[in-house]
Design a protein around this ligand. Structure first.
Ligand SMILES: [Zn+2]
Length: 356
């Protein structure tokens, strides 16, 4: 098992970049990075979106989180349980996090003019729930605290980003990530939503791509926490857009149905080709190192035209984290830059993964 928490010092910078940092293990709670005062968008921006605060009646009556984990592959086809999806409202009831995650209790995420991130996340997540349930799938609407070892056919954590200062007028777009060492199923889920989300919303991708913290999201970190999903649960975390950017915000608050459809369509597409009996597809992957062949660049996205995070030395050791189409997501061993490399530019070794 990789010892990710030792990379924690590198996470501190990521915390400062966006307000919605999805709370990776051992990263210090960045109270200093959270906006302490109402950000002040220009007056022209204010008129573009008038978010409606969720009313008390719009909140779910009860979380209805099953304390027991639902069966996955144990039932025969005749007795099979209905498909089940966990939709997590990022930061919802964050103050109720269990003792093992108490450092996260103040991690309220992004913020814009009096709205905490969870208030937007729940608007989106409730619609995702309705849309998926309409297809006959059972949905658990989950707060920040995940039921221990939560098992489902898919788990989607819904978040939104925010930045302060001048960056608020510039930084925008969506991103998503599967856990480190993503299973084939998690990768398939990520791939499906990464197509349906931009198609439904028209939002651009965040040029900086998914962060290390997203992949090390606490709810994915079963090696560290009891209150985490089972490693076999296919999972992604979605940053739906920047609530601090006027265009993103207008869409997120005023066209929430469409935003939710971008997520639910991908989840349903994933489930349509999902084989619950294929346990191997749900196992976390990778046990050996990669090495860079001739060098090349670590890209910000699985796209040859995206920016480069770092240049690689020939033969440089790389820890595989995930993959998408022709690309591996890797972190460079000892340096811990993270980015995408073409599969054709690396070789899989038989060197065991050494904990970073
Ligand atoms: Zn968040």
């Amino acid at each position: 098992m990789l010892n990710w928490p030792r990379i924690a010092p590198f996470l501190a910078l990521a915390w400062l970049l966006t307000a919605c940092t999805p709370t990776a293990p051992l990263a210090a709670v960045p109270t200093a990075a959270l906006p302490s005062a109402t950000p002040a968008p220009s007056p022209t921006l204010i008129a573009t979106a008038t978010p409606r605060p969720p009313t008390a009646t719009s909140l779910p009556q009860a979380t209805l989180v099953p304390s027991a984990t639902p069966p996955l592959a144990s039932a025969t086809p005749e007795q099979a349980e209905p498909l089940r999806v966990g939709v997590q409202v990022g930061h919802w009831k964050i103050e109720e996090m269990p003792d093992e995650q108490q450092r996260l209790r103040k991690a309220s995420g992004a913020y814009w003019r009096g709205y905490d991130e969870w208030e937007l996340n729940i608007l989106i997540a409730e619609r995702v729930q309705q849309q998926i349930e309409a297809a006959g799938v059972v949905v658990d609407l989950l707060p920040a605290t995940v039921p221990p070892g939560y098992r489902a056919d898919a788990f989607v954590s819904v978040h939104a980003d925010g930045v302060t200062g001048d960056a608020a007028a510039v930084r925008r777009g969506w991103k998503l990530a599967a856990p480190f060492r993503a299973s084939q199923a998690s990768t398939a889920l990520a791939e499906a939503v990464s197509v349906t989300y931009p198609a439904a919303t028209g939002l651009p991708a965040d040029t900086r791509g998914a962060s290390f913290d997203m992949r090390a999201y606490y709810a994915f970190s079963s090696y560290r926490y009891v209150y985490a999903i089972a490693p076999e649960t296919p999972a992604i975390i979605v940053e739906t857009g920047f609530m601090t950017h006027p265009l993103d915000r207008a869409l997120l608050f005023d066209e929430t149905e469409r935003v939710a459809r971008g997520i639910s369509a991908g989840v349903l597409e994933f489930l349509a080709s999902y084989d619950r009996a294929d346990a191997a597809a749900r196992q976390p992957r990778y046990t050996t190192m990669l090495r860079s062949a001739d060098g090349g660049a670590l890209r910000t996205h699985a796209d040859a035209n995206s920016g480069s995070e770092a240049m690689l030395e020939p033969g440089q050791r790389l820890v595989p984290l995930s993959e998408l189409r022709d690309w591996y997501l890797v972190t460079s061993y000892g340096i811990w830059d993270i980015g995408w490399v073409l599969k054709s530019d690396v070789v899989m070794t038989d060197e065991p993964l050494t904990p970073p």
